[in-house]
Design a protein around this ligand. Sequence first.
Ligand code: SF4
Length: 247
Amino acid sequence: MSKHILVKMGEKNLANSDNKELIFLPDDPKANEIVIDLKNRPHAFVLACLMDRQMNAERAWSIPVRIMDIIGGTSIDALASVSLKEYQNIFIKHRLHRFNDLMSEVFYNAVQDIVEYYDGNAAKIWEGKPSSAAIVCKFLEFEGAGPKIATMATNILARDFRIPMSDYICLDVSVDVHVRRVMTRMGLVHEGCSNDYIIYKAREMSPTYPGIIDAPLWSIGREFCHSINPACNNCVVKTKCDYYKKK
Ligand code: SF4
């Protein structure tokens, strides 16, 4: 069976990602430098992923750096010296998240866990070429991290940071509005199907690395496949899209 166009696009992205500049926070280059600094501040990346829940992703990813600015330090020791009560006050005062009470606790507990279980070095989560499942499990151990965040974080480590892993089999798609809309319009899944159905469809399409179609789906969703008036004429997958063919 020939590879689906989304799988081919994902493979091409992966092949080209070696020299790619990593930009998660396009509006704040200084903050971006901190969240991509896996060598010196791997905790910033882990904390950014844990904040990425039910709010704009860029705002969520900037939270660790905003907190570092507020407390005046970027190290895990500086973060670990802040009490839960202080984090609650910081989150509420600066309106960092939609769920300030809950997420201040998630943030505090994650910092404490990094100190206790990884000797303050969050890079131990992915060191030594572990399996994708092992890394997903480690993210799931953080309070507040469900499968979506755990697989998203592991997928970013594999795809963007090129962290060596012994396999990519547990890297599922992280279902969001873009993934759902593009897969539905292309005719790969049916309207209103469950998230699990989408995840299994991606596994069927790319059994050894299901999450490889995540980035193409996300960029097609952001660039072309708007909820109203999708820009089908410019879309890179229009020849394979049911919605476009029926137009
Ligand atoms: S062709 Fe149109 S409907 Fe299909 S994925 Fe592209 S933008 Fe969406």
